[in-house]
Ligand binder design. Structure first.
Ligand code: SF4
Length: 384
């Protein structure tokens, strides 16, 4: 069943780890952007009704309810099976949540990243654990139970103790979905540029070693499983029944249309992509070029992200699979091939063997911000 992704790249601040084409954009650009979005949605060639809608960004929780209503009114359906909004914690009001409910938003993805003040302050985020707790309660009171919390493993200054502290908060809040991304600093981010120039701002000199970040990830896998939130995809963990229906479409190669800046689409065996920046998007002339989808290894590459793995079919990959099994990176069980725990940590290496797809998130690592380059087609991370 198809899905729709809608990008809103406007944010209240530019987070230090973020390399997306999003952030603090000129205020006068917003009405033009919203209008362009509504026009694009209204004139799209809809030959199906979406079952999921996902508003990402950027920070779509900063959209006024008026603009959000105008945007969603242009999407066929309504009362979608899953309608997710990425949200930045801080300043959430009861009236806003009730406005979200009125346009059928039923899932919130919170860009928390950490529950430790010292870590948050280095990212540029303004919230704290108490604010997150209060706002999750607010969502629940308004009937939104399907809540995701994003965490980043490897933030500057993060320690084993502070990582456990963040996981303790997950346990306390009992959210049904968690995304865990391992930080990989990108030169395009403020943090990356600081490191390149030899500076110390944003905790540039205080990023944990790769091995330590891998430890954080493994601790999260173990602790979340004990909380009843097992891993179902490299970076995603959910209580059974709370998996992201929308994001699963990317990995299962179901059709989706992406709208707004950097929106990626996949339908009828073709892929296409909108201009990356908000300005280029509002100025665009004509339609983006469509290209035939597929690198041969793509179904394999995407399916391996899932904990359930993929059906083991006789394929040209057999030799590589056998080698990865000997190396302890893959395993076969009940006719399915999947990554082992070690394979998950080294998934970038494994995926490279099967297909080279530029600009697509691979392992649990994130490039510069939790979520990698803005790629709505395969994006795995909420921003907010
Ligand atoms: S991480 Fe999210 S909130 Fe921060 S600048 Fe990037 S898109 Fe905006």
């Amino acid at each position: 069943m198809p899905g729709v992704y809608i990008a809103y790249p406007f944010c209240a601040q530019k987070c230090t780890f973020c390399n997306f084409a999003s952030g603090v954009l000129p205020k006068e650009l917003e009405p033009r952007y919203v209008q362009a979005l509504v026009d694009e949605l209204r004139t799209a060639d809809w030959h199906w009704t979406p079952e999921t809608v996902y508003l990402g960004g950027g920070t779509p929780s900063n959209l006024s309810v008026h603009n959000l209503t105008a945007i969603l009114a242009a999407v066929p359906g309504g009362q979608w099976r899953e309608a997710t909004l990425e949200a930045a914690p801080g300043g959430l009001l009861k009236e806003t949540v009730s406005g979200w409910r009125s346009v059928f938003i039923n899932r919130i993805s919170f860009g928390v990243q950490s529950f430790v003040d010292k870590e948050l302050s280095k990212t540029g985020r303004k919230h704290n654990a108490a604010i997150v707790e209060h706002e999750i309660l607010l969502l629940r009171k308004q009937g939104i139970e399907s809540i995701n919390v994003d965490l980043i493993a490897g933030l500057p200054g993060q320690t084993l103790e502070s990582w456990h502290h963040s996981l303790d908060w997950i346990e306390r809040l009992a959210v049904p979905h968690v995304s865990v991304y391992m930080l990989e600093v990108d030169d395009d981010s403020r943090l990356g540029r600081e490191i390149v120039s030899g500076g110390t701002r944003y905790g540039a000199g205080d990023i944990p070693e790769d091995d330590r970040i891998a430890d954080f990830y493994e601790i999260a896998v173990e602790r979340l499983a004990k909380m009843g939130i097992p891993r179902y995809e490299i970076s995603n963990f959910a209580r059974p029944g709370f998996e992201s229906i929308h994001n699963l479409k990317y990995w299962k190669r179901e059709p989706y249309l992406g709208f707004g800046a950097d929106g990626h689409s996949f339908d009828d065996g073709k892929r296409w992509q909108n201009p990356e920046t908000a300005l280029a998007y509002v100025q665009r002339i004509g339609n983006p070029a469509k290209t035939p989808a597929d690198a041969i290894g793509e179904p394999f590459f995407l399916g391996l992200r899932l904990a359930e793995g993929i059906q083991d079919e006789a394929s040209s990959h057999q030799q590589a699979i056998e080698q990865f099994m000997r190396d302890g990176l893959m395993e076969k069980n009940a006719g399915r091939v999947r990554l082992t725990s070690r394979g998950v940590l080294l998934s970038n290496l494994v995926f490279q063997e099967f297909v080279t797809l530029p600009d697509r998130p691979t392992g649990p690592a994130v490039r510069s911000r939790a979520g990698g380059k803005s790629n709505s087609a395969l994006r795995v991370l909420s921003s907010g």
